[in-house]
Design a binder for this molecule. Structure first.
Ligand code: HEM
Length: 124
């Protein structure tokens, strides 16, 4: 397991923990922001060191690895609405809670699928 995979695993675990803390506003927010920004840091690092998006766009990787890329990409895209809706909730727009819940759940599912398929990247 590489250091990048360990960071990806840690940030997934933090996101799962953040989900279980969803009724505890302060820790929910802190854990989710930590998970999201460590993921974004990892994406930037992989782009700089491995030209990750170019490799992805060549579509030359095996199917399971492509699925890891697809689900991880969709998860990162969904961070935008989840962050915006979370910020709106903090500002008191409680009517948006059902939307945040749905988008948050979709994000967690996508990130979990990305995490599971990450293991297809393991080299023997
Ligand atoms: C993948 C990331 C996230 C997921 C899966 C998620 C999921 C959820 C869920 C399911 C709830 C509803 C809790 C309930 O049942 O009442 C919730 C509430 C909330 N979330 Fe998130 N969330 C995420 C990220 C964020 C972020 C980044 C922020 C802030 C920027 C945020 C702020 C909030 C707030 C303020 C509430 C209301 C808490 C309360 O007062 O009950 N969330 N979240």
């Amino acid at each position: 397991m590489t250091i990048e995979m360990l960071i990806g695993t840690a940030s997934w675990l933090i996101m799962v923990l953040g989900y279980y803390q969803r009724k505890h506003r302060r820790s929910h927010i802190m854990l989710m922001l930590t998970a999201i920004f460590s993921d974004l840091g990892l994406v930037i690092f992989l782009q700089i060191t491995r030209k990750a998006s170019q490799t992805a766009l060549e579509f030359s990787l095996p199917l399971l690895q492509q699925l890891h890329i697809l689900f991880s990409l969709l998860a990162v895209i969904s961070y935008i609405p989840v962050l915006l809706l979370g910020a709106a909730l903090i500002r008191g727009k409680t009517g948006l809670l059902p939307y945040h819940r749905v988008v948050g759940m979709a994000t967690l599912i996508l990130r979990t699928l990305g995490f599971v398929f990450m293991f297809s990247m393991l080299k023997n």
